[in-house]
Design a protein around this ligand. Structure first.
Ligand code: SF4
Length: 237
């Protein structure tokens, strides 16, 4: 079945070796990125444990996410003021901004949502945009959302977002901390060293789709103890 091949390809794609710590790894759930990096894989990058392989839902997120990115990048390429897929680097941190308005110094992120309306941008859209604003030192950013369940004449919403210099500095410091933690978690084979989002009510919907929910929960229970048993970390992994 072609879908089985696409799921396999999704695993290969997501597990390709990438240099640096990517913005998407540290703005969604850094601990999940650590679990994913440590998961044993075959030579192609496919997890040995079948329960950790890409699902139909993963292919769905991948295809709808890429559709909007690629479409707006094709259309924006007709205007020279937009830089497409702008790469930014800050120490080990690497990011790719969908579009960058060079004239006004504005990063632009394109998203798709399975909704008919949206009053406020979703928290994870903002986290990613704020990271790009901090990394480019931009006081304004834009999120363009395609509403996949809107069947009338307003299927797009555009959100302008502003940050002060202090907010950008704080975001940059958090990114730097997260990048250090993620590197350390991967090097020491210890996801429990890495920040998680389970207690964040705006982001913890991700836990419902997380393939490492059980080990993460076990770590969180361990972290809540006054004196965790050192051997318990190895037992969870
Ligand atoms: S269960 Fe939630 S907090 Fe834990 S690694 Fe997965 S997404 Fe992150």
């Amino acid at each position: 079945m072609i879908l089985d091949k696409l799921k396999e390809a999704t695993d290969i794609h997501y597990n390709k070796h990438r240099e640096g710590i990517h913005v998407s790894d540290i703005t969604l759930c850094p601990r999940e990125a650590c679990f994913r990096a440590l998961e044993p894989k075959d030579k192609d990058g496919i997890p040995i444990d079948k329960t950790k392989r890409a699902t139909n839902t993963d292919v769905n997120f991948f295809s709808s996410g890429h559709a909007i990115h690629e479409a707006i990048q094709i259309l924006a390429s007709y205007f020279p003021e937009y830089e497409i897929e702008k790469e930014i680097k800050h120490g080990d941190i690497v990011g790719h901004i969908d579009l960058f308005d060079k004239t006004n110094h504005i990063p632009i992120e394109a998203k798709s949502a399975r909704k008919g309306t949206m009053e406020e941008p979703q928290a994870h859209y903002l986290k990613q945009l704020e990271a790009y604003m901090a990394l480019t030192n931009a006081d304004t950013g834009i999120i363009l959302v395609q509403l996949l369940q809107h069947f009338k004449d307003k299927p797009f919403v555009e959100f302008y977002h502003h940050m002060t210099e202090e907010q950008r500095e704080a975001t940059l410091k958090q990114l730097e901390r997260d990048a250090i933690q993620l590197k350390s978690g991967i090097m020491n084979l210890m996801p429990n060293l890495v920040r998680h989002i389970a207690d964040d009510p705006n982001l913890n919907w991700k836990c419902n789709y997380c393939k490492w929910f059980n080990p993460c929960l076990a770590f969180r229970k361990l972290e809540s103890l006054d004196k965790p048993n050192e051997n318990a970390v190895e037992e969870i992994l």
